[in-house]
Ligand binder design. Structure first.
Ligand SMILES: *Cc1c(COP(=O)(O)O)cnc(C)c1O
Length: 430
């Protein structure tokens, strides 16, 4: 905070495509999609127009007892693009709230199913699910979460799928996914008291853009089926094309029992999130009035028509610009270019899935010793990048690249070059 006080913040006044423009007229490539939310760029006609049209009709009405066209239409469109088996949509305003909804829904589901002992969750180390207390309870990043420990509920923690720093001391693929096996062991021993497993499929984003080895997700799905535990997938970061498929769970043909969406849902325009579940989970909440089986959870702005209209515009833009298909070339380019980063003296690990990439900087490549926090190496790189008109935000010693999916190829090239040069300069100067 002290450091922030001493600085003049950059004031972003406008956006154009993949660019942010500040109050001095300087242009920056939006290298992290305005904190992982932007999809097609800034000023997307389909989204702009959807919001403008909706403003003329109504900006908000409640979703308690009544509904509105954008919320209803969006629910249908979401179900159409979601993995098969997901049928029912519950709206909230941000990712953390949608995670709370998922946890409470899974908990109450088992209460109604006559298994009141199933009250616990399995989460992963290095997980991030948002900053509200339930979401923090299933989080696993000590730096963010340990201060609040006395306020949290207990969970079973399974290993992170962090191959570069495998906590089990193994190497993929000879490990045979031992990290997933550990999650399986927890379920085998404690499934009678476990309501659900929650994880970020394929990429633990805030944990440092940690990319899971293939097969991990499918294995955890198998264990959940075997032991009768709900699988909650938090795709707040990975959803809406970020990993190359509309949802990351598609890479392994996995359908979760509960899917959590947020961030990119409105293309990065307005806060909106959703918790999407199966007919089976939904049906457990049906009952006579006085049984009070309803799901006691709601947010004032749930299903906000403006946000839902923006989200419909976002999906329209996906179709119109054939976003997922056009992504292929950008992903191939990024993967190819990232290989070069391995040649830099202080780059320990380079990992990516789709257009989500993390470059982990280390003091010593051989021993994998991290830079001490006080060196702020991630920030030094970000500051160098600003001089090259690129705005990025690191996670500790991990340099993050997560541009809008709609970024033109030439801007992606510029972003990657600038990042490479910034890492080189910052690490060589240290
Ligand atoms: C950002 C994020 C959240 C929290 O979303 P907010 O909208 O910031 O509350 C939850 N889960 C994951 C995986 C995220 O990346």
């Amino acid at each position: 905070m002290r450091e922030y006080e001493g600085k003049d913040p950059v004031v972003i006044e406008r956006g154009e495509g993949a660019y942010l423009i500040d109050s001095e007229g300087r242009r920056y490539i939006d290298g992290v999609s305005s904190l992982w939310v932007n999809i097609h760029g800034h000023g997307v006609p389909e989204i702009d127009n959807a919001i403008k049209k909706q403003v003329d009709l109504i900006s908000h009405s409640t979703l308690l007892g009544v509904t509105n066209p954008p919320a209803a239409l969006l629910a249908k469109e979401l179900i159409d693009i979601c993995p098969p088996g997901l049928k029912k949509v519950f709206y909230s305003g941000d990712g953390a709230s949608a995670v709370e909804v998922a946890l409470k829904m899974a908990f109450q589901y088992w209460q109604h199913k006559g298994k009141p002992g199933k009250t616990k969750f399995v989460s992963l180390r290095n997980a991030y699910h948002g900053d509200t207390l339930g979401a923090v309870s299933v989080g696993g990043i000590d730096l963010f979460h340990s201060a609040f420990k006395p306020l949290l509920f207990d969970t079973y923690q399974a290993p992170s799928y962090y191959c570069y720093r495998c906590e089990l001391g193994k190497t993929y693929p000879s490990c045979e996914l031992a990290c997933a096996g550990e999650a399986g062991n927890i379920l085998e021993a404690h499934h009678e008291e476990i309501a659900g497993v929650i994880l970020e499929p394929y990429v633990q984003a805030a944990g440092g853009m940690i990319v899971s080895p293939p097969g991990y997700l499918g294995r955890v799905r198998e264990y959940c089926d075997r032991y009768g535990v709900l699988l909650i997938l938090d795709e707040v970061a990975t959803g809406f094309g970020r990993t190359g498929r509309m949802f990351a769970c598609e890479h392994e043909g996995v359908t979760p029992d509960i899917l959590v969406l947020g961030k990119g849902m409105t293309g990065g325009y307005l806060p909106l999130s959703a918790t999407i579940t199966t007919q089976d989970v939904y049906d457990a909440f049906l009952g006579e009035y006085e049984e009070f089986k309803t799901f006691f959870h709601g947010h004032s702005y749930a299903g906000n028509p403006l946000a839902c209209a923006a989200s419909l515009g976002n999906l329209e833009a996906f179709r119109k610009y054939d976003t997922l298909r056009n992504l292929r070339e950008k992903i191939d380019y990024l993967e190819e270019e990232l290989k070069e980063f391995n040649g830099l003296k202080h780059v320990g690990d380079v990992r990516s899935k789709g257009l989500m990439a993390g470059i982990e900087l280390v003091l010593d490549k051989e021993s994998r010793e991290p830079y001490p926090a006080g060196m702020k190496m991630g920030w030094r790189v970000a500051e160098e990048a600003m001089n090259e008109e690129v705005l990025i935000r690191p996670l500790g010693n991990v340099v993050v690249l997560m541009p809008p999916l709609g970024i033109p190829m030439e801007d992606l090239k510029k972003l990657v070059r600038a990042t490479y040069n910034s890492i080189k300069r910052a690490t060589e100067a240290a």
